[in-house]
Ligand binder design. Structure first.
Ligand code: NAD
Ligand code: UFG
Length: 347
C-alpha cells in the first residue's frame, strides 16, 4: 500500500480499477498525467495487474483492497487524498449469472454505488463517470443506437445499470453541482498493445472474444456459435467491438469534459466504433491474427441475445472530441499477444 498523501496531480478514484476495463483506463489516466487511486475488492481480478501497470507506465499505482460496501474504509481514502473525481467501474457483469442470481447483482451493483455516492457527498466530491452498458437498450431499438433510444433492459444486470443511471440522475436533480457522465459501452475487446495486460475472465468466458482467444491458445476445443439463423449477413450475431485502449482513452476524454463543462443533466454517451461485425467475422479475424485454425460448431441461440447491436457514435465525437482509432485487426492482434504470452492469464 502506498502511503504518499502529498499528491499534487489531479487524483481520480478508480473503483474496480484492477478489473479489465478499469486497469486499462488506469494506464490511460497515468499516460495523460492523472494520479489514479485504485479501489477494488479483488472479487473478479488479481492484484498482480498492478505490477504490469508499473511495467508499462514506470509507476506502481496506488491501490487499496477495499469493498465499496465498507463506507469507513472508503471514507479514509477520501480523507487521505484530494480526490477530484471518480470513475466507477466496480460491479458484477455476467449477464447470464444475473438471471440465475439476481439478488447478488442488485445487492452488489446498487449498494456499492449508494455507498460510494454517500461518501462522495460527505467529502464534497461531485464528479463521477459511470460504467453503463449498451445492454440497457435491450431489443427494441433501431440501429445504429442513439443515446435517446428507448431503454428496455433484458436482464437483472442491465436493470442494475439502468437503476444506477437513475440514481445518479436523481442525485443531480437534488444537487445540480454534480457533474455526471453515464458511458454506455458496447463490446470492449482486445488488450494493451504491449501484451502485458488483457482480459482475464475467471472460469469459462461468457463473452465471445476471450472464448475465441482461449480456443486459439488451446484452453478449449472449439467455439460454440450461438445461432446462425439471425437476419444478418451470415446469420450470426452482429456487435460493435471496441478496442479496450480506445475505450480507456474515451474515459480520459470524458474526464476532461466533466472537468471543464457543466451539463444540465447527467450526460449519457455511447462508447463504440459505429461498426458491427458478425461472430464469424470475429472468428476469421482472430484466425488471421493468431495464425491458428479456430474450430467451431453452430449451437442454438443463447436466450436473451439480439441479432445486431452497434452504436451511433456522433455524440461522443461532438461532445468529447473522441472516436475509436483502432480496428478489428488491432483488437485481435493485441488480444492474441496478451493470450499467447499469458496463456492462463495473470499470475
Ligand atoms: P471486471 O469484473 O473485470 O472489473 C470489475 C471490478 O470490480 C473487478 O475487479 C471486481 O473485483 C470489482 N468489484 C466488484 N464488486 C466490487 C465491490 N463491491 N467493491 C469493490 N470492488 C468490486 O469487469 P470489466 O469488464 O472491467 O467491467 C467494468 C465495468 O464496466 C462494470 O461495471 C461492467 O458492468 C461495465 N461494463 C462492462 C462491459 C464488458 O463487456 N466488459 C460492457 C459494458 C459495461
Ligand atoms: N457468442 C457466441 N459464442 C460465445 C459467446 C458469444 O456465439 O461463446 C455470440 C453472442 O451470441 C453474440 C456475440 O457473440 O452474438 C457477442 O456476445 P458477447 O457475450 O461477447 O457480448 P454481448 O453483446 O452479449 O454482451 C456484452 C457484455 C455485456 C454488455 C454488452 C454491451 O457481456 O455486459 O456487451 O453491448 F452489456
Amino acid at each position: 500500500m502506498n502511503t504518499n498523501n502529498k499528491l499534487s496531480r489531479h487524483c481520480v478514484l478508480v473503483t474496480g480499477g484492477t478489473g479489465y476495463i478499469g486497469s486499462h483506463t488506469v494506464v490511460a489516466l497515468m499516460a495523460a498525467g492523472y494520479e489514479p487511486i485504485i479501489i477494488d475488492n479483488l472479487s473478479n481480478s488479481k492484484a498482480s495487474v498492478l505490477k504490469r501497470i508499473k511495467q508499462i507506465t514506470g509507476k506502481q499505482p496506488i491501490f487499496y483492497k477495499i469493498d465499496l460496501w465498507d463506507i469507513a474504509a472508503l471514507d479514509k481514502v477520501f480523507q487521505k487524498y484530494s480526490i477530484a473525481s471518480v470513475m466507477h467501474f466496480a460491479g458484477f457483469k455476467a449477464v447470464g449469472e444475473s438471471v440465475t442470481e439476481p439478488l447478488k447483482y442488485y445487492e452488489n451493483n446498487i449498494q456499492s454505488t449508494i455507498s460510494l455516492c454517500n461518501v462522495m457527498t460527505m467529502r464534497d466530491v461531485k464528479k463521477i463517470i459511470f460504467s453503463s452498458s449498451a445492454s440497457v437498450y435491450g431489443e427494441t431499438t433501431v440501429i445504429p443506437i442513439k443515446e435517446n433510444s428507448l431503454t428496455a433492459p433484458a436482464s437483472p444486470y442491465a436493470c442494475t445499470k439502468q437503476m444506477i443511471e437513475q440514481i445518479l440522475k436523481d442525485i443531480h436533480v437534488a444537487d445540480p453541482a454534480w457533474r455526471i457522465a453515464l458511458l454506455r459501452y458496447f463490446n470492449p475487446a482486445g488488450a494493451h498493445e504491449s501484451g502485458l495486460m488483457g482480459e482475464d475472465p475467471q472460469g469459462i468466458p461468457n463473452n465471445l472474444m476471450p472464448y475465441v482467444s482461449q480456443v486459439a491458445v488451446g484452453r478449449h476445443k472449439k467455439v460454440n456459435i450461438f445461432g446462425n439463423d439471425y437476419p444478418t449477413s451470415d446469420g450470426t450475431g452482429v456487435r460493435d467491438y471496441i478496442h479496450i485502449m480506445d475505450l480507456a482513452e474515451g474515459h480520459v476524454a470524458a474526464l476532461k469534459k466533466i472537468d471543464t463543462a457543466t451539463f444540465k443533466t447527467p450526460q449519457i454517451i455511447n462508447l463504440g466504433t459505429g461498426s458491427g461485425y458478425t461472430v464469424m467475422e470475429i472468428l476469421h479475424a482472430f484466425e488471421k491474427a493468431s495464425g491458428k485454425v479456430i474450430p467451431y460448431r453452430i449451437t442454438k441461440r443463447r436466450p436473451g441475445d439480439i441479432a445486431a447491436c452497434y452504436a451511433d457514435t456522433k455524440l461522443a465525437q461532438k461532445l468529447l472530441g473522441w472516436k475509436a482509432r483502432r480496428n478489428l485487426a488491432d483488437m485481435c492482434a493485441d488480444a492474441w499477444r496478451w493470450q499467447s504470452q499469458n496463456p492462463t492469464g495473470y499470475p
